[in-house]
Write a protein that binds this ligand. Structure first.
Ligand code: ZN
Length: 298
């Protein structure tokens, strides 16, 4: 027979132990639950979106907070941003100098896609803004035929890019890209939309021919993965030139900001059908290597 006090003591011990254990189980559940949700969020490939515009018509609809919320929700860690006018890029950059990598767009006032490359004033405008020192490129701009790449203005802009060791972000077919490299072989060019309508074999030939050419695939998810399934010619191209492709969305009008998350998801869909290493390079690594390293807190 034990002392009655002993059994009382034991029952208190047991009760305390039960309470203690229930607490531990709750804590364990939280500890287990937290990393699970964190892993679920991190499981998405981080994206470096190399074709973002924050142009004036967006400013009153999506303020900078709203833009960063959209990037966060889509898992976009960094963005190459150019805007009409350039002030839009500066608004976003002021908020986060690491995430926003600025590219200087020539378009402003009366200068637009159809006339900028013949404008004599544009060079002084670009030179003035490049003094900021933080731009990683000039663009995105349009060239419509080979002669547009050989105007006196375009030649001076190409020389400016080489002198500053920054890229040109060019929206054109294969012809003007070849003409630009002819004018200035030391250029670095990011080919917007991989030529927009150029088929995979033309893109492949261009990347084979020009070592300093990279391409982003804004607007191309439907060509790359018709019906959601990664096409064989694009798969071969991504494997062959893994280090040359980047993701882009092209938020040139507010409608594109409206559906920003789904534009990123279209790309995630075909990225998921590539080997992980290839997908990581295209989703983030290539853009970070080419454009990200020298982003500073200037
Ligand atoms: Zn664009």
């Amino acid at each position: 027979m034990g002392n009655p006090n002993d059994s009382q003591m034991h029952s208190i011990d047991n009760r305390e132990f039960a309470i203690f254990w229930r607490c531990m189980v709750s804590v364990l559940a939280i500890v287990v639950a937290l990393p699970t949700s964190a892993i679920a969020a991190d499981d998405r490939l981080p994206i470096f979106d190399t074709h973002v515009h924050y142009s004036s018509q967006a400013w009153t609809v999506y303020d900078a907070d709203a833009v960063f919320k959209k990037l966060d929700a889509a898992g976009v860690d960094r963005a190459l941003v150019s805007s009409t006018p350039d002030d839009g890029t500066l608004i976003l950059r002021r908020r986060d100098v690491r995430r926003v990598v600025p590219v200087l767009r020539p378009y402003h006032g009366d200068l637009h896609a159809g006339n900028w490359y013949r404008s004599p004033e544009i060079v002084a405008y670009l030179e003035g803004r490049l003094k900021n020192g933080f731009y990683r490129g000039i663009g995105e701009f349009h060239l419509f035929d080979d002669d547009d790449a050989r105007t006196p203005t375009m030649r001076r802009v190409a020389a400016l890019a080489v002198a500053h060791n920054i890229a040109l972000h060019v929206h054109s077919g294969a012809g003007p890209i070849a003409a630009l490299f002819d004018v200035e072989p030391n250029l670095k060019i990011l080919w917007a939309h991989a030529g927009m309508v150029e088929p995979a074999d033309v893109v492949a030939n261009m990347l084979d021919r020009y070592a300093r050419l990279t391409a982003e695939v804004a607007f191309r998810a439907g060509d790359i993965a018709p019906g959601g399934k990664l096409g064989p010619s694009w798969r071969r191209l991504f494997i062959r030139h893994t280090d040359r492709f980047m993701i882009g969305t092209d938020t040139y009008i507010n409608d594109r900001w409206d559906v920003y998350g789904s534009l990123i998801n279209e790309h995630r869909n075909w990225l998921d059908q590539l080997p992980r290493e290839t997908a990581e390079a295209i989703a983030f690594g290539n853009a970070d290597r080419v454009f990200g390293a020298e982003a500073t807190s200037q």
